[in-house]
Design a protein around this ligand. Structure first.
Ligand code: HPA
Length: 271
């Protein structure tokens, strides 16, 4: 089976069971319950979708939800595939490619990230305006799938300007602080070292995280319009005189969840 056949098997199954949608949304850590806000929702566990990556993380199932939200039909990923878990990058981006083949033109990516820019604070939300790929890997490595997109896709506007303007307007209207900046992808699963964070800052990063960039690359390649929003859950390594804790990161995510949801509500109703 070619990779395109695999993508299409997943796309056809999802369309049959859930129907299609106008937008896809990847729910980052802590945001998973946002799927429950939809009405008339249908759900499929990832394990039932032919062609989808086989789960290699115990107890880390993942579900695809499709339902109505603010007058739009939205497909939500509750759980994503990370490279640090051991998934090949073509597995990490398979859902985005399937969405593109289903005719979904818009993708919203959310994540938790560390703040590299010292004028940002834990709990801030950040609109991603560009990315830096520090992983040394690219999901488009290998023969190009011409049916999806070109061999050398342009990344000079990876994040869609119109969607960014909608996010900024929504944040203004709702009184939500929304920073803007560059997201740098490190593979993980280790958090970065203080030296890596100093390097990332000098090179132009405002936030760091372990996801989102491969998904952005594959979605842009396949012609989707992409919006990325980070929840800055902590100051990146070495900025504060304290170790990074997964616990603290989860707690900050929890604290700003309502703002994050309100921002997404506004964006979805306006887009
Ligand atoms: N680094 C990488 N990923 C993260 C961080 C971080 O500091 N915070 C939340 N996800």
């Amino acid at each position: 089976m070619t990779e395109l056949e695999r993508v299409d098997r997943a796309a056809n199954y999802i369309r049959e069971v859930l129907g299609s949608a106008e937008a896809g949304l990847v729910l980052g850590s802590g945001l998973g319950d946002y799927a429950l806000a939809m009405t008339d929702a249908k759900v499929i566990p990832y394990a039932e979708i032919p062609g989808f990556p086989i789960s290699i993380v115990p107890g880390h199932a993942g579900e695809l939800w499709c339902g109505n939200l603010h007058g739009k039909r939205v497909l939500m990923m509750r759980g994503r595939f990370h490279s640090y878990e051991g998934y090949a990058l073509n597995d990490v981006v398979l859902p985005m490619r399937a969405m593109a083949r289903m005719g979904i033109g818009t993708l919203i990516l959310t994540n938790a990230a560390g703040a590299v820019n010292t004028s940002f604070a834990p709990g801030d939300l950040m609109l991603i305006n560009d990315f830096i790929n520090f992983s040394g890997k690219n999901p488009l490595t290998g023969p190009n799938i011409d049916e999806l997109g070109p061999r050398f896709p342009d990344m000079s506007r990876a994040y869609d300007r119109r969607l960014m303007a909608i996010a900024e307007e929504t944040a203004r209207e709702k009184g939500i602080t929304l920073r803007t900046g560059v997201y740098a992808w490190f593979n993980g699963p280790t958090y970065e070292t203080p030296a890596e964070i100093r390097m990332a800052r000098v090179l132009g990063a405002d936030a760091v995280g372990m996801s989102t960039v491969p998904e952005t690359i594959a979605a842009v390649h396949a012609g989707m319009k992409v919006l990325g929003i980070s929840c800055l859950t902590n100051m990146a390594a070495g900025i504060l005189d304290q170790p990074l804790s997964h616990q603290e990161i989860m707690e900050t995510g929890e604290r700003v969840r309502d703002d994050f949801r309100a921002l997404l509500d506004g964006i979805i109703s306006k887009m």
